[in-house]
Design a protein around this ligand. Structure first.
Ligand code: TXA
Ligand code: MG
Length: 356
């Protein structure tokens, strides 16, 4: 696996980007930073290259990939038609962390990309390295997150190395990503009157409401594990650390007590214990590893640090982790809570006053 590194001042050798693009154009797989997480890219039209992504990640083949474009002209190659609401959303949020599911143009990409669906997920990332690599590749680039399937998504090139070194052709190291959780995935339905949020992410429900005030925004937090998921990725365990993880929600007082007791119990049972909380609250707990992930008063910092925090528990051999869930899931908090609950395999504990 070839490693291209950013210059000290953060500007990129354009030759590194050009080389990475050529590797993709020739059917290789290259990981590169986006504004959300690192993606593992390949030519979306090349079935063998796309298969190499699935193989490197160990990803189930019925889980379709997001196709990344660098300019709006590339969209016409991929999709049949764009409804007015989707058009408004791309004008407002592209480049940026919003993925739109649209009717696919037959034969535009390998059937492996769409997993045989009549739709395709497309986004234009807001990152100079990602845009540069796609431009240099000269084709739409299929790119899921650059982690082994089931592991937390990578927000540093180091995470990609840990998971995929030796399994892919190259990694472009552009430093830490920005948002820290993946793009929001939406599909527009009912003639533009409904925007269905399939995966919460970098673009919030309020952002969507502001952009298309006439449309209704729908998100079903609990419909994620169903027989026929709307977005195939939703049925898989994601982002999971190796230890058992539970997420606990409730008033601050009860939650603190519950976490302390759960950690004490687990210690007695022989576990190596971990607590995932925010910086302000880290000193409240005693465990083998307490991670203050971001600041509660700045949820975007929690999102930025979340996946690196989950990986730290693995690195420290933690076997039991309690994560504090937050009461309000507004803004990017919705995506953070969604990822935490998925990481916990849907193990969410809600403590109410009545149980005290
Ligand atoms: O921020 C991101 O979106 C990152 C970076 C690398 O761009 N990419 C990413 O890709 O998270 P991935 O493959 O890990 O997630 C793709 C998600 C999955 O939940 C998948 O099921 C959904 O998009 N998806 C893809 N195609 C779809 C389709 N045609 N209909 C519904 N959902 C689709
Ligand atoms: Mg992923």
């Amino acid at each position: 696996t070839k490693l291209w590194k950013a210059e000290g001042n953060g500007t990129f050798l354009s030759s590194a980007i050009a080389e990475a693009g050529v590797v993709i154009a020739r059917g290789g797989t290259v990981a590169f930073p986006t504004e959300t997480v690192y993606g593992l890219g390949a030519d979306a039209g090349n079935t063998e290259a796309v298969e190499a992504i699935f193989a490197a990640k160990g990803r189930p083949s019925d889980n379709p990939l997001i196709v990344h474009i660098a300019n709006i002209g590339q969209l016409d190659l991929l999709v049949e038609e764009v409804d007015a609401t989707s058009r408004l959303l791309m004008e407002r949020f592209w480049p940026g962390p919003l993925t739109l599911v649209l009717p696919v143009k037959v034969g535009a990409v390998s059937a492996r990309v769409t997993a045989g669906l009549p739709t395709i997920a497309v986004r234009m990332p807001d990152h100079p390295v990602a845009l540069g690599v796609i431009r240099a590749a000269g084709c739409p680039v299929a790119a899921p997150s650059a982690n082994r399937s089931g592991r937390p998504s990578p927000t540093l090139a180091e995470h990609v190395r840990t998971d995929l070194d030796g399994r892919i052709d190259g990694i472009v190291d552009g430093g830490p990503t920005g948002v820290g959780v993946e793009s929001s995935v939406v599909v527009v339905e009912e003639g533009g009157r409904l925007v269905r949020l399939l995966r919460p992410g970098g673009i919030t429900v309020d952002d969507l409401k502001a952009a298309v005030p006439e449309a209704q925004i729908a998100f079903e937090a609990v419909s994620e594990v169903t027989e026929a998921p709307r977005s195939p990725g939703m049925k898989y365990t994601h982002y999971a650390p190796r230890g058992r993880l539970v997420v606990v929600q409730g008033s601050e007082r009860l939650r603190t007590e519950w976490v302390r007791e759960a950690v004490a119990d687990a210690k007695r049972a022989g576990d190596r214990t971990g607590v995932l909380t925010v910086a302000e609250r880290a000193s409240l707990y005693e465990a083998d590893l307490v991670v203050g992930c971001g600041r509660e008063d700045r949820m975007e910092t929690v999102a930025q640090e979340l996946y690196a925090a989950l990986r730290r528990f693995d690195d420290n051999g933690i076997t039991y982790i309690v994560a504090e869930g937050y009461e309000s899931a507004e803004g990017i908090g919705l995506a953070v809570l969604n990822r935490l609950i998925k990481a916990a395999g849907n193990q969410l504990i809600r403590i109410g006053e009545s149980e005290s």
